[in-house]
Design a protein around this ligand. Structure first.
Ligand SMILES: [Fe+2]
Length: 135
C-alpha cells in the first residue's frame, strides 16, 4: 500500500481533476520511496520540477473551470494555489543553493497541504460543479 493513498473520500467528482490529484499524490509517494532508499537528494530536483509542471496545468485548469461556472470560492482557491506555488519555489531555491536534503519537511508539507486543500477546499467546488452537471 502506498504511503499516501488516494481514496474515494478525496474525489471531487471530476475525472480529470481527480486524476491530477492522484498524480500529485504520487509525487509524494515517489519522494517517500526515495527517502526510504536513502536517495531523497537524488530525486528532489525532479520532484520540484514535476510539481511545478503539474501544478501549473492543474491549477490553471481548475481555476478556469471555477471561473466558467462562477464558483463563489474562486478567489480563495487562487490564493491557496499561489501560496503553494510560492512555497514550492522557495523550497526549491533553498535546495538549489544549499544542496542539503530537506526531504522530510518538504514531504510532510506536500502531504499535509494536499490533504487539507483537496478535502477542505476542492471538495467544495466538487459538490458545486456536480450540481451544474460537470463531470
Ligand atoms: Fe485547488
Amino acid at each position: 500500500m502506498a504511503f499516501f493513498q488516494w481514496d474515494p473520500s478525496y474525489s471531487v467528482n471530476i475525472r480529470q481533476l481527480d486524476s491530477d490529484h492522484k498524480k500529485l499524490i504520487d509525487l509524494v509517494n515517489t519522494l517517500h520511496e526515495a527517502m526510504k532508499a536513502g536517495k531523497a537528494k537524488d530525486v528532489l530536483m525532479a520532484i520540484f520540477t514535476d510539481l511545478e509542471t503539474y501544478t501549473k496545468t492543474h491549477f490553471a485548469n481548475e481555476e478556469r473551470l471555477l471561473e466558467q461556472h462562477r464558483f463563489p470560492g474562486l478567489i480563495q482557491q487562487q490564493m491557496e494555489h499561489r501560496m503553494f506555488v510560492q512555497k514550492v519555489a522557495e523550497q526549491k531555491k533553498v535546495f538549489e543553493e544549499t544542496h542539503i536534503s530537506t526531504a522530510m519537511p518538504i514531504m510532510n508539507f506536500l502531504m499535509e497541504w494536499l490533504k487539507k486543500h483537496i478535502l477542505n477546499s476542492d471538495k467544495k467546488y466538487g459538490a458545486f460543479l456536480s450540481q451544474k452537471g460537470v463531470k
